[in-house]
Design a protein around this ligand. Structure first.
Ligand code: SAM
Length: 482
């Protein structure tokens, strides 16, 4: 039997089944132990110091206990600490991105995914480099600066060279004042050598969802294809980091397995990255299984309610306070609105999940990966965020300034975010307002900028940001950053 060791490089040791079961038992046993829960909540709370704020985070055991708590008063406390942490480290900024689907050719047999090999009625499509250029122009015309590229796993149709060529194409397109400044990559687990190539191509975050941490279920849900190899998939982030990628993004596809099990696995994975590489995950995504071609979410027994979803999100926020959290357009407006307050720091907007979808007039469904629940345009999403007092940020500065991995975490921890991320958010919002926004959004946006400039603590930084925003307003100068 494998022994739990967060610093091991073996999947079965750092995501240890027995340790997860014991954690779940511990949480069940103590879920009404109010003094213990209150102690854990106290530990999770952000603490002010002379440089800003720090947070200790929680172990997988502590966080699981909070997830097991059903007392409404305790839950309320969890939510309010999640909001406090969000406010302390991410403020009211929300980073915007869009997915770009390159190819839906796939050799895997994932039971929840419409790209699975046996799906004969989905139209298979792979974008040429010229088609990618057109998609990128369409995305730039919306105002996007940050993309997550997505592709099925197919060594013949989507080899690493195709992905690398696509990244090069994306970075090369500069339409009017547009450019894509950060490409995150969501492709199947691969080799250290390929991760090194991705790193050299200038990617931002490497994202790979675990789907489920439960090995037995994983093997059933991925019956065929290279993705069937649980260990290879689970150890992918270690290879990515060995290949030089500092920022990695974790995720679980909620609905496949029992959410409490997944939650422990996810936090253990974060602890493992911290133990081995000295830095936790850059982001955590929280997708839920959605309807798609040939896929009915009701076929999976472990769907979670919106309430549980909120509870999970808040508990992740408490456990890993410095990790960004992402929610996609799989979720509708109401769910997104709630989760934004509980810790989400990045959202997609105006997304099309079909291959070549951005250049089509109407939202195409024949190659979609999942049904999009939030179908609003980027302008509508930006306007809605501001109505809810969130600053839509198109900032990509950190990784371009070399603030990746632990250097980004240091920025979070030393309280400099308000002198760095805040002005960057306002300057990139000004770019959006000048180049892409509707009249109403533009008006609302500049009012927000006016208000929010006052929240930059350093006087000199505030003056520089103000002057750059004036430049953006009155000239074609773009891409200022701290
Ligand atoms: N092919 C790559 C891999 O194997 O990791 C990643 C790309 S895949 C396009 C992105 C993610 O979409 C998957 O990791 C999965 O979690 C999610 N996904 C697949 N089917 C889904 C569905 N029906 N509803 C919601 N999300 C789904």
């Amino acid at each position: 039997m494998a022994v739990y060791d967060p610093a091991s490089l073996k999947a079965e040791e750092f995501i240890n089944h027995e340790e997860i079961l014991e954690t779940l038992e511990y949480a069940e046993r103590n879920k009404d132990n109010k003094p213990l829960i209150l102690e854990i909540l106290e530990k999770a709370r952000p603490v002010k110091n002379d440089r800003g704020c720090t947070c200790r985070g929680l172990s997988h055991r502590e966080a699981s206990l909070l997830l097991a708590a059903s007392d409404p008063e305790i839950r309320q406390k969890i939510y309010s600490i999640a909001e406090e942490i969000k406010q302390a480290f991410y403020g009211n900024r929300i980073v915007m991105f869009a997915p770009l689907y390159l190819s839906n050719y796939c050799v895997n047999g994932c039971l929840y995914c419409p790209y699975h090999l046996k799906n004969k009625h989905i139209l298979r499509k792979k974008l040429s480099q010229e088609e990618i250029r057109q998609e990128v122009i369409a995305l730039q015309n919306m105002g996007h600066k940050r993309l997550a590229i997505e592709a099925g796993e197919d060594p013949v149709n989507n080899p690493i060279e195709y992905i690398l060529d696509s990244i090069k194409t994306i970075y090369s397109v500069h339409h009017k004042n547009g450019d894509i400044r950060r490409v995150n990559v969501n492709i199947a687990a691969t080799t250290v050598e390929n991760y090194r190539k991705l790193k050299d191509a200038g990617i931002g975050t490497y994202i790979l969802f675990q789907e489920t941490y439960h090995k037995e279920s994983y093997l059933k849900l991925h019956p065929t294809g290279p993705k069937h190899d649980y260990d290879y998939h689970t150890e992918a982030m270690d290879r990515a980091m060995e290949g030089g990628i500092d920022d990695v993004g974790l995720g679980v596809l909620f609905g496949l397995e029992l959410y409490k099990y997944e939650f422990v696995g996810l936090i253990m994975h974060a602890e493992h990255l911290e133990a081995v590489h000295g830095v936790g995950p850059h982001t955590i995504s929280v997708p839920r299984v959605k309807k798609a071609d040939d896929i009915d979410p009701d076929d999976f027994d472990n769907g979670i309610s919106d309430e549980t979803f909120a509870h999970i999100t808040a508990c992740i926020r408490l456990a890993v306070p410095y990790t960004g959290m992402i929610i996609s357009t799989r979720e509708n407006r109401a769910v997104r609105e709630r989760l934004l307050r509980l810790g989400i720091s990045q959202i997609s907007g105006g997304s099309r999940t079909s291959v070549g979808g951005y250049t089509e007039e109407e939202r195409p469904h024949d190659t979609e990966q999942f049904d999009v629940s939030d179908q609003r345009s980027l302008d509508e999403v930006v306007s809605w965020l501001m109505d809810n007092d969130h600053i839509p940020s198109f900032c990509t500065a950190c990784y371009r300034e070399g603030r990746t991995g632990d250097r980004f975490m240091a920025l979070c921890k030393n309280g400099q975010i308000l002198n760095c991320c805040h002005p960057n958010a306002l300057m990139t919002l000004a770019e959006y307002l000048e180049d892409y926004a509707s009249i109403d959004t533009k008006k609302k946006g500049y009012e927000m900028i006016e208000r929010e400039l006052k929240n930059i603590p350093n006087e000199k930084t505030r003056a520089i940001a103000k002057s750059h925003i004036e430049d953006i307003r009155t000239s074609n100068r773009r891409d200022f950053r701290f």
